[in-house]
Ligand binder design. Sequence first.
Ligand SMILES: NC(=O)c1ccc[n+]([C@@H]2O[C@H](COP(=O)([O-])OP(=O)(O)OC[C@H]3O[C@@H](n4cnc5c(N)ncnc54)[C@H](O)[C@@H]3O)[C@@H](O)[C@H]2O)c1
Length: 440
Amino acid sequence: MKIAVLGTGYVGLSTGVCLSEIGHSVCCIDVDEAKINRLRQGLSPIYEPGLEDLLVKNTALGRLHFTTSHKEAIETADIIIIAVGTPQGDDGAADLSYLVQAAKDLSAHMKPNTIVVIKSTVPVGTNDYVKCIIEEHTNTPFKMVSNPEFLRQGSAVKDTMKADRIVIGSQDKEAALKIQEMYRPLGVPILLTNVRSAEMIKYASNAFLATKISFINEISNLCEAVGANIIDVADGMGRDNRIGAAFLQAGIGYGGSCFPKDVKALLHTADSYGISFDLLKNTISINESQKILLYQKACKVLGSLKNKKIALLGLSFKPETDDMREAPSINIAHLLRGAEAQVVAYDPVATENAKKVLGNTIEYASSIEEAIDNADALFLVTEWQKFKQLDLVKVTQQMKQPLIFDGRNCFSEEKVRACPRIEYYPIGKPAIITGKDEIN
Ligand SMILES: NC(=O)c1ccc[n+]([C@@H]2O[C@H](COP(=O)([O-])OP(=O)(O)OC[C@H]3O[C@@H](n4cnc5c(N)ncnc54)[C@H](O)[C@@H]3O)[C@@H](O)[C@H]2O)c1
């Protein structure tokens, strides 16, 4: 099939690359010329494991192309997939301006009976709205399909090739079956439904996962208060098939380009229908509190943070991505700078993106050693594998004070206790202090 993909972000690029991998002829369009130039050279503009290899392979096979010209990609396409951003607007609702522009862009060039697929995450009713916009701009007949995306950044290729399910929503059976056919080589289970249900499935899924995170974070705070251990509690809960082990890792809150904005957009939809979705309101406020937990713990232990050197390990909102959108590190850095601490951060891949957000308010180290050298405290913010493998004895020896606030529970009790001198504050577990008296 000939497919055009609008938008080469995490979703558009992963989708385009994976569809070419299963044999389709794909042309990806972006309005960002710099991105397209990089892609044409076989370079991925985002850090996503495995993506660049497939990009290079399928470009060489002639199945994958990149352009800034909507006309070039759209006039021959059987299927057009819209994967542009739907960021959070000022009032919490999804900002649909990129989507509306994309609809106008494609309506000028599409051939008759093209299927227009909305993959971007959009509020219920948006597919109908976009259909009207396209109809206003062209008399060419076309069909609409809602096909929300569930991939996770950091494992986008794997999640696309081996998804748990693919959701296809359409009022037009023939169009739905054609999209089902497009995905058939993946062998992924497919759910066919109507458009509004497909739109709702995406928001309901993200809101549920975000709520699961806030729930376990609240439980972890309670564990700290009562002297329980969140690792064992989550393990014990997760072994129950009705609950499941995923998204039960207590930490310093969710971030990223999806959960924060999607939860708020769903809340906005509920509000506009007169439904007070209190559970979601609490999910958001718990998450906000959780993001500042490490800072609060540090204030309690150190008192004033003025002129203290704090090493931040991890900047991206989660490991295996360079995405800084809504990363807890941003809140933490702002708080620490507000308290006049010296902040020196290290991240394996997100430093360049972090500079765009945090500028020169903090310092950026080019190695872990440089960040922790002579530090008064270390904040573990993102659970990159290389941080989990750190030699804590060496780390604590290099610091001015062996004080670690671990926001992601990266280290086992055994590993921490092996340090002759450490003061270690995890999430939802008792603190460990060696070389002094142990506290609870
Ligand atoms: N990032 C994720 O993990 C994820 C997962 C599931 C769903 N989603 C949803 O998918 C959508 C895209 O997310 P993303 O993270 O890939 O976005 P992104 O911001 O990384 O990329 C969007 C791209 O679209 C391009 N664009 C904007 N207008 C365009 C137009 N008219 N024509 C062509 N290109 C245009 C932008 O230049 C940009 O490169 C959003 O609705 C998001 O909520 C994202």
